[in-house]
Design a protein around this ligand. Structure first.
Ligand code: SAH
Length: 232
């Protein structure tokens, strides 16, 4: 079933405008046809009541229950110099069930905070596109930019992807927790100092086998494993 995003509700109606309206037209949705509409993080089953030139009027039939997928994964992703790679990571994060992504500035990451702050709107748009494609209605958050040195190990399980010092086996990780955080380095990796500081703060180093991976591969593989192996 198709999914659209609305920012406007009046009584039992949700309205689609601009890009969402265009999308509805491209999909050739007809009167009385049913589809899902996400409004303020809630999902509604709707039918098309009327198509106007500048908006589609959708009648709410019922509110759908929140998805039950509740593993709470936060991805702390050092922003790659190539910002397209970060966009790829946003897309993948939506697909594999990450709950929130925090763009992180580290010694070897992309460093211009103002540039990143201006990207937020574009990133939100990309995340929405991806939610539609993957049939996800669980909200996805893009948080404000943080510095690596202020990250705290706040989840029940806090992991640091470390292709040098990680040891043990993925099998030994606790996949029974409710909340996870995953810290991933930029293309050039973390410095030794960054790694030791993160470990002191309680992040547990993890090595993925068998090879060194690109940052996007490592991030999505780890988050995807957590999503699939953890309790719910
Ligand atoms: N050029 C760097 C590679 C960095 S890869 C180097 O020589 O170390 C970018 C990031 O992806 C790393 O900082 C790490 O967080 C993650 N990563 C890549 N491969 C990994 C692996 N096999 N195990 C754990 N983390 C990995």
């Amino acid at each position: 079933m198709h999914t659209f995003f609305s920012e406007e509700r009046r009584g039992d109606y949700l309205f689609l405008r601009d890009k969402e309206l265009k999308h509805l037209k491209v999909r050739r949705i007809e009167q009385k046809e049913k589809f899902k509409v996400i409004y303020e993080d809630r999902t509604f089953l709707c039918e098309l009541e009327r198509l106007h030139k500048d908006k589609a009027q959708c009648r709410i039939l019922e509110e759908l229950p929140q998805e039950s997928f509740q593993v709470n994964i936060t991805l702390y992703q050092a922003v790659p110099e190539n910002l397209k790679t970060f966009e790829e990571i946003i897309r993948g994060s939506v697909q594999v069930g990450v709950k929130r992504i925090v763009p992180v500035i580290s010694d070897r990451s992309f460093k211009k905070r103002e540039v990143l702050e201006r990207k937020l709107q574009r990133w939100e748009k990309i995340a929405k596109e991806e939610m539609k494609l993957s049939g996800r209605s669980l909200p996805f958050r893009i948080e404000k930019v943080e510095s690596l040195r202020v990250l705290k190990a706040e989840a029940q399980v806090n992991l640091l992807l470390d292709n040098f010092n990680g040891k043990g086996s993925i099998r030994d990780l606790n996949f029974k927790a409710q909340s996870y955080s995953v810290v991933v380095g930029p293309e050039g990796g973390f410095t030794a100092k960054e790694v030791s500081s993160l470990r002191e703060r309680g992040f547990e180093p993890v090595l993925l086998r068998p090879y060194v991976m690109r940052t996007q591969t490592a991030a999505l593989l780890m988050c995807g494993m957590i999503a699939n192996l953890s309790a719910t």
